[in-house]
Write a protein that binds this ligand. Structure first.
Ligand SMILES: *Cc1c(COP(=O)(O)O)cnc(C)c1O
Length: 453
């Protein structure tokens, strides 16, 4: 089952052959051995989707300890957007690691942090005066966006949406919708968090964006009240919740209501940011300018970094010393982030993401024509999903989704699942993947759907 693609991409890490190559079963014997050691050494709560242990990655492939080369349609959950071990990222980090590894920006600062803040202020939507603060993880940045919105408004309530995912820390567990596996038994959760209905076109037919927004706003008005509300936090396209793209006008109506009511509109672009959706940020598709934008995942090519960027008057409302953390804006992560932004711009990756979306959607729509279990094909750019249902209904089919993912894994294609009902197969290829690898991955998916009952 070796397929060698001649047009090995120029982006992406070590010059790995850009091929799907299976030399053992998946997972292979060395991976199984490591997985046994994992079970004995690593806490059970830390799961693994596909226990193949990786030794190298780049372009569109992951290479494991057994010598298999798998096509990567996950990017480590939308993180290695510019490619794994992308050359400019590697060079920037190598230079920085040899110079100094840490000082703590809150003690003796360095230029890299300031340069990342300047860059984020420049590339995020809106030409108003902005400020940025850097953190380590998406969850930590979401928590800080809430802190800042509360300080600025003097109010405490936070509204989030059905199917939302905002993280696994205490406040963000409260904000995340799904109980298993994210919340079960881990409460009590932070208070003053309220959940509003989303716009979910596949399960919401006949409700357009304006009507869905009116439904959400009515609930917010009646159950929370604008006078108690600091922020609305929303993913412009939901990630873990199922790659749900709200109907046109939904996000815009929410921002307008926020502006009229002194409520901070926070876009959680942790998964959608940095060219992923065929725009630098997903809110651009909806002509929305958030007050605060939260970023992480794709920001630094795999180094841990996150950010809150937004209106200067909101960001600056927090007192000196009120924001920060020991590692926030670590120099290695900042060097990587600057290289990521340069790579996105110099390699035209926003357009590349849009192209990947066109290629995948064409194949997936063709699959949907043949297979009635593919209820919905959706997403934008290189953030694409299929929602699987019992043929001819909207009844979720989590069992089929699991089977399809497992069969794809066995054939050397790394795919992820998501969704409240566990019935969404999601695709997040690195933007450094070649057309040939992408086509091969789609062939595998076609085959998997054909043979899976
Ligand atoms: C992954 C994710 C988070 C949490 O980020 P971590 O770095 O895992 O803490 C928050 N929001 C969204 C939309 C995410 O996809």
């Amino acid at each position: 089952m070796t397929i060698t693609t001649p047009d090995a991409t120029t982006t992406g890490g070590p010059a790995l052959p850009q091929e799907r190559r299976l030399v053992t079963a998946i997972p292979g014997p060395k991976s199984l051995e490591l997985q046994a050691r994992k079970s004995a050494a690593v806490a059970n709560g830390v799961g693994t989707t596909l226990p193949v242990y990786i030794t190298a990655a780049g372009g569109g492939v992951l290479v494991d300890v057994d010598g298999n080369s798998l096509i990567d349609l996950g990017s480590g959950i939308a993180v290695t957007t510019v490619g794994n071990a992308a050359p400019k990222v590697v060079a920037a980090v190598q230079e920085q690691v040899a110079a100094f590894t840490h000082t703590c920006f809150m003690v003796t600062p360095y230029a890299g942090y300031v340069e990342v803040a300047e860059a984020l202020n420049r590339v995020t939507p809106g030409d108003h005066d902005k400020r940025t603060a850097l953190f380590n993880s998406g969850s930590e940045a979401v928590e800080n966006a809430v802190k800042i919105a509360r300080k600025f408004t003097g109010k405490t309530g936070v509204v989030v949406f059905d199917h939302a995912y905002h993280g696994r820390t205490n406040l963000t567990m409260a904000m995340t919708a799904k109980n298993m596996p994210y919340k079960d038994g881990f409460g009590p959760f932070a208070s003053d968090v309220y959940r509003a209905p989303l716009s979910y076109p596949f399960r919401d037919s006949g409700v357009d964006g304006a009507a869905a927004a009116a439904r959400a706003i009515d609930l917010i008005d009646k159950q929370v009240g604008a006078d108690n509300l600091a922020a609305i936090v929303i993913e412009p396209i939901q990630g873990e919740g199922g790659f749900i793209v709200p109907a046109d006008g939904f996000l815009r109506a929410l921002t307008e209501w926020c502006t009229a009511n002194n409520v901070v509109f926070v876009a959680d672009e942790v998964q959608t940011g940095f060219a992923r959706t065929g725009a630098m940020f997903a809110v651009e598709h909806d002509d929305v300018i958030p007050d605060l934008i939260v970023t992480a995942k794709g920001i630094a090519g795999g180094l841990p970094l996150s950010a809150v960027t937004g209106r200067a008057e909101i960001m600056d409302s927090a007192h000196v010393g009120g924001l920060g953390g020991t590692y926030g804006g670590n120099p290695l992560a900042c060097a990587a982030a600057l290289a990521v932004l340069e790579t996105i711009e110099s390699e035209g990756l926003v357009a590349r993401a849009a192209k990947i979306g066109d290629l995948m959607k064409e194949r997936l729509h063709a699959l949907q024509e043949r297979d009635a279990r593919v209820g919905d094909v959706r997403g934008r750019g290189a953030m694409i999903a299929v929602e699987l249902v019992k043929a001819g209904t909207t009844e979720p089919d989590a069992d089929l989704t699991k089977k399809v993912a497992t069969a794809a894994h066995a054939r050397g294609v790394v795919v992820l699942t998501c969704g409240t009902y566990g019935n969404v197969l999601r695709f997040l290829p690195p933007l450094s993947i070649s057309d040939a690898l992408l086509a091969d991955a789609c062939d595998v998916l076609d085959e998997v759907f054909a043979v899976t009952a």
